[in-house]
Design a protein around this ligand. Structure first.
Ligand SMILES: [Zn+2]
Ligand SMILES: [Zn+2]
Length: 307
């Protein structure tokens, strides 16, 4: 099948590119294991409360700065994750991860690999929670002579990639998390469904945290339960605590591991999906999941002939 071949070729090119660019050779890249059309929608950061703040390191320049502000405020309409833009900690070209944060970068990363945007989720040593993320915007398409050099395509791609960082997967709605080519020019913001999905992902509380920075104290509900319903409410709270304790236990037992081979389907999805998801193991044993938004094939060829 043509599409599968193209994807495989792109994966190999990307792996080589990543090894060269990020100076962190990617080991054990086995095609059978690295193609995942759908990822479990449970990739998430560890935190002790269901609402949390995620620092976004600003490594962008030019028009990307105002766009980052805009996209962050679009995402901050939800209650679960609050992105907070802070100073960046990496070079735009390398876009290295920093623990506990999301680092956003733009650069002319080149047209050979054919990607518009790329999000990496770095997992902690145990492989059960995300503990760093990077987002790269490719100016070689988004700020150069290509059909993607539009405010809409830039806004979609930034919204889309930023949405992956707390663990959102692709959707077929009119959200920016839609990964079709049509969505690149039309779906520019998150929708309520995305916020509800985030709420679901982060409903449980973890016993540890992989998120950097001070977290706001969350208001305790049912604190003043001295009325006649007090007894009932206490029972309910006890049950809830038991549930949380059980969850903590299962957390420790490692049942939250996402890299069980059976949890990653090995066949690329339908022809509409313009994205690939790679699961890689770094030399230091950490797992990295990469979401890639590809440019349209014709656009890549055109860019190549321009160079
Ligand atoms: Zn968790
Ligand atoms: Zn995506």
């Amino acid at each position: 099948m043509r599409i599968v071949t193209r994807r495989l070729a792109q994966q190999l090119v990307l792996a080589a590119f990543a090894a060269a660019l990020l100076l962190a050779p990617l080991a054990s890249l086995m095609p059978g294991e690295t193609i995942a059309s759908r990822t479990p929608n449970t990739f998430h950061w560890a935190r002790k409360q269901s609402q949390f703040t995620l620092q976004v390191g600003d490594n962008v320049d030019g028009g990307w700065n105002s766009l980052l502000t805009r996209v962050v405020s679009d995402w901050n309409k939800g209650d679960t994750v609050t992105f907070r833009v802070v100073g960046g900690s990496t070079s735009q070209q390398e876009c290295r991860e920093r623990q506990g944060t999301v680092q956003v970068c733009n650069f002319r990363y080149g047209t050979q690999e054919g990607w518009l945007g790329l999000t990496r989720l770095y997992f902690n040593d145990r492989g059960d929670h995300v503990d760093a993320a990077t987002v790269m915007m490719n100016d070689s398409f988004l700020n150069a002579g290509s059909q993607y050099n539009t405010e809409a395509a830039r806004r979609h791609t930034l919204c889309h990639e930023l949405g992956h960082t707390p663990g959102l997967d692709h959707v077929s709605s009119n959200s920016c998390m839609n990964d079709s080519q049509q969505a690149v020019f039309n779906n520019l913001a998150p929708i309520n469904k995305d916020f509800r999905q985030l709420e679901r992902i982060y409903q449980h509380k973890d016993s540890t945290s992989t998120v950097a920075g001070k977290q706001k104290k969350q208001k305790k509900k049912n604190q003043d339960s001295t009325d006649r319903d007090g007894k009932k409410r206490r029972d309910r709270d006890d049950r809830r605590r038991d549930r949380d304790r059980n969850r903590d236990r299962s957390d420790r037992a490692g049942t939250e591991s996402f890299f069980d081979p059976t949890s990653l389907p090995a066949v690329p999805s339908g022809a509409d999906a313009d994205e690939t998801v790679l699961v890689e193991t770094l030399d230091d044993g950490r797992t990295v999941v990469t979401f890639i938004t590809w440019a349209d094939e014709a656009a890549v060829e055109e860019a190549a002939s321009d160079e």
